[in-house]
Design a protein around this ligand. Sequence first.
Ligand code: ADP
Ligand code: MG
Length: 706
Amino acid sequence: MTSAEQISVRTNFFDTKIEFLKGMGPQRAALLNQELGIFTYGDLLQHYPFRHEDRTIFHRISQLSELMPAAQIKGRLREWTLVGEGNKKRLVAQFSDGSGILELVWFQGINYFEKSLRPNTEYIVYGKPVAFGSKWSITHPEIELLTAENEKGGYWQPVYPLTEKLRRRFIDSKVIGKLIRSLLEISKPHIHETLPENLVQKYRMVTKADALWNLHNPQSQPWLHQSERRLKFEELFYNQFRLIKNKLLHKTEYPGQIFTKTALLREFYENHLPFELTGAQVRVLHEIREDLKTGKQMNRLLQGDVGSGKTIVAFITMLLALDNDAQACLMAPTEILTDQHYQGLKKFADLLGINIGKLTGSTKKKEREIIHAQLLDGSMQILVGTHALIEDIVQFKNLGLCVIDEQHRFGVAQRSKLWAKNKYTSPHMLVMTATPIPRTLAMTLYGDLDISAIDELPAGRKPIKTVHRYDAHRLSVFGFIRDEIAKGRQIYMVYPLIEESEKLDLKDLMDGYESISRAFPDVPLSILHGKMKPKDKDFEMARFVKAETKIMVATTVIEVGVNVPNASVMIVENAERFGLSQLHQLRGRVGRGAEQSYCILITDYKISKETKLRLETMCRTNDGFEIAEVDLQLRGPGDISGTQQSGLMDLLIANLAQDGEILKAARISAEAILNTDPDLESPENAPIKKHLSNMRKEETNWSRIS
Ligand code: ADP
Ligand code: MG
């Protein structure tokens, strides 16, 4: 760093410590540091409100209703008294606006309010009104003196993320809003436009300065809306800009092995392919083969619904690697899934004389050593494993392809560890999602990858019929099970398993197992749960696969990948306790053979509206892409499995469930700029260049702190 740059870092206005802000004081600054991670002016301006409360109107006490989430009332504080003892002790004040009386109640901060409230004085109060008989009351209202400034109302109150400790020290949204507004006043000359003028024009956005001002201090709802849209666009634009830039950089900087020879591949196609590939599989394989000819490292995401046939695509891609003197590996998230992949691929591998191995946490030391040696000398061509295979000790002679089958996302860190397994040329990467994820999520989570989708199921599959049944109809469900077993089919019966209450759930499972054994005394059953030893699990699974047992009573350990084509009924107990994508995953365990398959979702009579929507969605459609969209709308992006680990999801203001259109526009804009002016040399794009370099400085500052 040159000394000029050092000075510019040090003197950047937004790096100023918040202690120096007028009205802040060292104690509050320390609390904001500690509780919210706000250290600098920049941090404080980016502490965005998560909603705004309507303070434009005043309510009359006579017009209050229990239905109001909150009310704002202007009136006079009369007197107050202390009532009750111990933790029931409270301060109760009488407040009136001429139309009625309202009680204000405090259980906490009694001393403070006793000292600071002024009797017979006008205040504005805000909070949730509750009726006790004919009396209205608000507990822990917001309260402030009526002033010339606030008596007209007419504003929207930003509500900021806070912590309990901050509230106890009387740092609420009002206080934070005030601090931010005073910061905004002095920031004006320092806030620069971060987007090129032509984009601001094209999408009719407000300026950065206006957007910040109005987000923290909105004058009207349309203004607020415009400001949010502008800041969301900016956030998503830079998110996409970086991802696409990485992707492009990648393509120029990382060479990849060229795979053009196809001996094994042709032999497999001509002599061993067990079925005709679907059009979608053929298309995706074509996309992959094009990548492997370019001499650049492939980074491709393969999206496809449960049962769409991603595995065979992965296997054929592996053959290409082997044909060109390279090795391939497949990493799966669990031992059971790893084992299934291994068993499945081994059948093909044996036909072709390929040496394939399996490595998991429970592989014995001796076996492990053999695998290590064979990988190193190149005699082992394919390795299937859990994340045990990213350990440093696992070294290849020439790893050419990594396939990752993701139940939840392995982090970027793990992906890059796989890259490093070839010192000379990074292996090609094929990442498969276990279930489809919505487009907006794919774009932000995997925006640095090329995306292929298998959007077609193999021919002849009958769509699974899904129904919802209440507990009380269990007998008819049992009758149905009996009929299906008589037809030679097998049944899954799944119980929820949630970690915190594992004991209780295991009891549910055992109770269920017992009631089924009583109902079907002559039917052989299997049981499978996470507390069993791997050996016992394998044993039970094997019996079910061989159809020695007819009903598999299990927790969600069977969720991922398991493939038993003769199983045609999936019964989910306590279905209300599963998320949509999990239900879809579970349902994907059936419908794998030629027979008509069924999924029965069982719940209690009492279910929430959201649960109802989940169940209706499941009954309506088998399309994983559609289900993923509904899931995103219901739960928000933070809860979709796998997104939490990803740093890419640290969005401050954009919401991927709602902002799909903004994201698309931001991505198109970023792409266009990177295609025409990758080094940001045109004066038009100068704001981007400047902003990126500021963001980088911020990051280095952070890395120094943490
Ligand atoms: P997923 O995409 O969920 O990983 P799999 O690769 O496990 O799906 O495939 C599901 C089942 O469909 C397997 O039994 C597989 O052999 C079979 N399958 C895959 N492709 C086809 C096809 N083109 N025609 C018929 N069956 C197929
Ligand atoms: Mg699979």
